[in-house]
Design a protein around this ligand. Sequence first.
Ligand SMILES: [Zn+2]
Length: 280
Amino acid sequence: MRVHISVDMEGVSGVADAADTTLGAPHYEYCRRLMTAECNAAVEGCFEAGASEVIVNDSHGTMLNLLQEQLDPRVKVVRGRTKSLGMMQGLSRDCDASMFVGYHAAAGHDDGVLNHTMRGRDVQGVFLNDEPAGELRLNAAMAGTMGVPIVLVSGDDVVCGEASDCLGNVEAVEVKRAIDKYTALSLHPTRAQEAIREGARRALGRLADFTAYTVGSPTTLRVAWNSTSIAALCENIPGVKRVGSREVEYTSADYVELYRLLRVMLSLAASAAAAPYSYD
Ligand SMILES: [Zn+2]
């Protein structure tokens, strides 16, 4: 049994503020240890359930967060951000399951802790066939193209609700409750890690219950940016249509193409956002 794990940071127990998740920020070094420990908890649960191979993808920000020598020695780790499948790198058709550890709610979804979709400052919302799509849904649909089900999601109560709404049958492990976008009521790290380990073991123990998530085809990807300038930049990509002053869309029967296009547009947004001056 081969298992893929995509590990983000905003949904880790104890993490609540942008100062917890940004390289060089005051609490980052502490919080990356919590992230590594939650990853290990999921990995342990996988091996307890009989996994033969576990591939971990570092999926947060720089994608250089996990402390490799502190990871379970049985895992293989994808480190680095230049990868066409982004948060789902390392996944392949011969994986039996994927897990989302440390995930967070979509941009604008209730008061989810650190809610955002891919690029917090630039993206107001992403939609697949007019339904809101956070990272959870975007990535689950990517796994669906390979026939791989998402069997576990961990994070706050809001992303756990998002997981149940989107995926139906999934082990949703709530490690904190959202009080505000920047405030959380967290379990103690030890308790959170126990819950993730048990959730992973339970999920793989009933693997036959899960089905891969797919979106309707053809699929229309729409991105609402915060800046008209980014929408104008994206319009330069052949096939991308400007459908509002801040919105662009693209339709394809090939979801992998859409997913890769989204990553290209996010790179454009990052280059536009690199301007040194602000005007407020
Ligand atoms: Zn993240």
